[in-house]
Write a protein that binds this ligand. Structure first.
Ligand SMILES: [Zn+2]
Length: 235
C-alpha cells in the first residue's frame, strides 16, 4: 500500500505522516496490524447515530479530547468513520455526532461531492487506516445544491464555482422528475448518486472490503433546524 501511494506521488499529503514515511520504503508505524479501530461497520454506524441523538437532545457530550487524548493518538490515528460532508459552517461532523480527536476522517467541500482528491482521501481512509464506514452527508438548504438548481435555470457563476457545482446538476435533474421540494430532493439525490458511485465505480480498495462486509457506505441528510441526521440508503 505504501509503495502504491509513493508511486502515485502523494508527496506532501497533509492528512498524515504515514505517506511520507511510506515513501522512504517502510510501513508507517500506525499502519501495522492492530492499529485500527475495532468497531465493525454496524457498530460504527450505531456510534454515529447515538452521538447525533445526544447532540440533538443537547445531552452533555463527552467528546474525547484534551491532553490525554492528544497524547494517546499522537503516534497514530484509528478513525472509525469517514465523512463526506459540506463545507457549510452549520454542519461540522464532529459536533453533529458528538465525536472528538482522532475519530472521524473527514472530506469537506461545498456540496459534498467526490472529486479525485476526495476519492483518494476516502480510499486512503479505508485502505490505509481501516475505516469501516463511509457516510456521504448532505444537508437541508445547501447553498451549493441550490446553486446547481439555478444552473439548470441558466444561472452562471464566476471563478470555479460553476465547475464545482457541475457534478450536482445530474442530481438536480433527477430530483426534478420526482416532484415535491426540489432543493431537498436534490440534496438527497446528490447523496444517493455519490453513494452509488462509491459502491460500484471505485477501485478495488473500496469494492473488496464492501464485498467482504468490512465496509459500509451509507447516505445521510442533516436537518439544520432540529439537529437530526436522517440516515438512508444504508445498503
Ligand atoms: Zn451545503
Amino acid at each position: 500500500m505504501s509503495q502504491k501511494l509513493s508511486r502515485r506521488g502523494f508527496l506532501g499529503c497533509a492528512c498524515c505522516a504515514a505517506v511520507s514515511v511510506g515513501i522512504a520504503g517502510r510501513l508507517p508505524a500506525f499502519a501495522a496490524e492492530g492499529a485500527r479501530t475495532n468497531l465493525t461497520p454496524d457498530q460504527a454506524l450505531e456510534t454515529l447515530k447515538e452521538g447525533n441523538r445526544s447532540f440533538k437532545t443537547d445531552s452533555p457530550v463527552r467528546a474525547v479530547q484534551g491532553r490525554e487524548r492528544r497524547l494517546e493518538i499522537a503516534r497514530g490515528q484509528t478513525p472509525f468513520a469517514t465523512l463526506v460532508s459540506c463545507s457549510d459552517s452549520r454542519v461540522p461532523p464532529e459536533l453533529l455526532f458528538g465525536r472528538g480527536l482522532g475519530e472521524l476522517f473527514i472530506v469537506r467541500n461545498a456540496g459534498n461531492t467526490v472529486d479525485t482528491a476526495a476519492l483518494g482521501s476516502i480510499e486512503y481512509g479505508v485502505a490505509q487506516l481501516g475505516v469501516p464506514l463511509v457516510v456521504v452527508m448532505g444537508h437541508e438548504r445547501c447553498g451549493a445544491v441550490e446553486a446547481a438548481v439555478k444552473v439548470t435555470e441558466n444561472a452562471s457563476y464566476p471563478g470555479s464555482i460553476g465547475r464545482m457545482v457541475e457534478p450536482i446538476v445530474p442530481a438536480v435533474i433527477a430530483a426534478q422528475r420526482e416532484g415535491g421540494d426540489l432543493l431537498q430532493a436534490a440534496v438527497r439525490a446528490n447523496v444517493r448518486r455519490t453513494v452509488s458511485r462509491l459502491r460500484t465505480a471505485s477501485e478495488p480498495m473500496l469494492l473488496e472490503p464492501l464485498r467482504a462486509g468490512k465496509l459500509r457506505i451509507v447516505g445521510a441528510s442533516y436537518d439544520i433546524d432540529d439537529g437530526s441526521m436522517d440516515f438512508f440508503d444504508e445498503g
